[in-house]
Write a protein that binds this ligand. Structure first.
Ligand SMILES: NC(=O)c1ccc[n+]([C@@H]2O[C@H](COP(=O)([O-])OP(=O)(O)OC[C@H]3O[C@@H](n4cnc5c(N)ncnc54)[C@H](O)[C@@H]3O)[C@@H](O)[C@H]2O)c1
Ligand SMILES: *[C@@H]1O[C@H](CO)[C@@H](O)[C@H](O)[C@H]1NC(C)=O
Length: 326
């Protein structure tokens, strides 16, 4: 996380955030943690008020638990973040603008057209889009070479992966500046080299959700036990090893694994059913069961529970990296 500029409470450059919901707030905290001035815009005044209260609260909690990111205090980071109900004020003078409005193609396209009117000549204009291909979102823009997508993982403050997706028009320097900024603020960028609907992370997540659904729908396993397959099984390894590394270590290397299990994998693959419809009695049963186990009025509490565990996991990963002998 070496930076060319020292982080001071005076700030070291301005970043604009468009949309102050779940993701906009997280980006604001991440950029402020590295000493950047952040100006957040939203069309809803109540969202901006809620965002500042939420951020102030989160920063104080993080400081209290010793898990605040960066070298500045919660107070100093809070002072770097301001809000506005005027998009021009958020975008003008920013070297990076991060769009975080809802996942709606027409809305995003409209927001980008407005962003490019106010943006500095050299600004990087970046979307947090989760699924839609950048070429669909950026085609109509005059300054489309400056636009790029950077899809974070929820919750971004605790899960550092960001998928970078250039469009066919994105300048190479915009790709490298985005990557450098994300690395500097402590995220982990990966590049989606070729546009595809849903990028990589959500495509893999969807493959898992579909198979989990089919196993429950076919009466093979209960939803609670499906969750345990991850929390006590696959997830334990996946926190440290990717899917290729896992199979490499499960035999004498990946070639030996595929020699032993390749035809089995193909046979199992041929039994995967079609995509589930998410309707009907199975839908009712799964939703009912899930809502009973994880009550809807406790979501905020459960997110806190999850984040505390993600912090502990991140600390473990960092400690193990710092001490490679382990
Ligand atoms: N929630 C996730 O898990 C997640 C993860 C990664 C990426 N994303 C992506 O991030 C983006 C934002 O998602 P979110 O979960 O933060 O949504 P959200 O609904 O929490 O927040 C969206 C915010 O945008 C504001 N907004 C709406 N129209 C606007 C406009 N024209 N100008 C400015 N602000 C406007 C809303 O008032 C709201 O505050 C989406 O593209 C989403 O797919 C979400
Ligand atoms: C950045 O934020 C700090 C702290 O609020 C402030 O003193 C400084 O003037 C800001 N810099 C810019 C360029 O907005």
């Amino acid at each position: 996380m070496a930076s060319s500029q020292p982080a001071t409470s005076q700030g070291k450059g301005k970043i604009g955030i468009i949309g102050s919901g779940l993701i906009g707030r997280s980006w604001a905290m991440i950029f402020a943690s590295a000493g950047y001035n952040v100006t957040m815009f939203d069309i809803k005044e109540s969202q901006l008020t809620g965002a500042m209260a939420d951020i102030t609260n989160q920063l104080a909690e993080l400081q209290k638990s010793g898990t605040l990111r960066g070298a500045l205090t919660a107070e100093q980071q809070r002072a770097l973040i301001s809000v506005t109900s005027d998009m021009k004020e958020a975008v003008t003078g920013a070297f990076h603008v991060q769009e975080c409005v809802p996942e709606n193609e027409e809305l995003k396209k409209k927001v980008f057209s407005e962003m490019e009117q106010y943006a500095d000549d050299a600004a990087v204009l970046c979307s947090s889009v989760s699924y839609i291909e950048p070429s669909k979102l950026f085609a109509h823009l005059k300054r489309r070479s400056q636009f790029i997508a950077a899809h974070p993982t929820n919750p971004p403050y605790y899960c550092p992966l960001v998928e970078i997706i250039p469009s066919p028009w994105t300048e190479q320097s915009v790709v490298s500046r985005t990557r450098t900024l994300l690395e500097e603020v402590g995220q982990v960028p990966v590049t989606v080299k070729k546009e595809i609907y849903g990028f990589a992370l959500n495509r893999m997540q969807i493959a898992i959700v579909n198979e989990a659904w089919r196993l429950v729908a076919d009466g093979v396993m209960s939803p609670e036990d499906v969750d345990k397959v991850f929390t006590a099984g696959l997830g334990m390894r996946y926190a440290f090893c990717g899917p290729f590394e896992v199979i490499h270590l499960n035999a004498e290397g990946i070639a030996s694994y595929l020699e032993r299990y390749g035809s089995t994998i193909q046979r199992v693959s041929s039994t995967f059913g079609p995509p589930p419809a998410f309707t009907g009695p199975v839908y009712d049963a799964i939703v009912q069961d899930n809502d009973a186990h994880y009550p809807l009025d406790k979501l905020q509490e459960m997110r806190g529970w999850r984040d505390a565990r993600l912090v502990a996991l991140a600390k473990l990963k960092k400690d193990m990296e710092d001490n490679k002998a382990l």
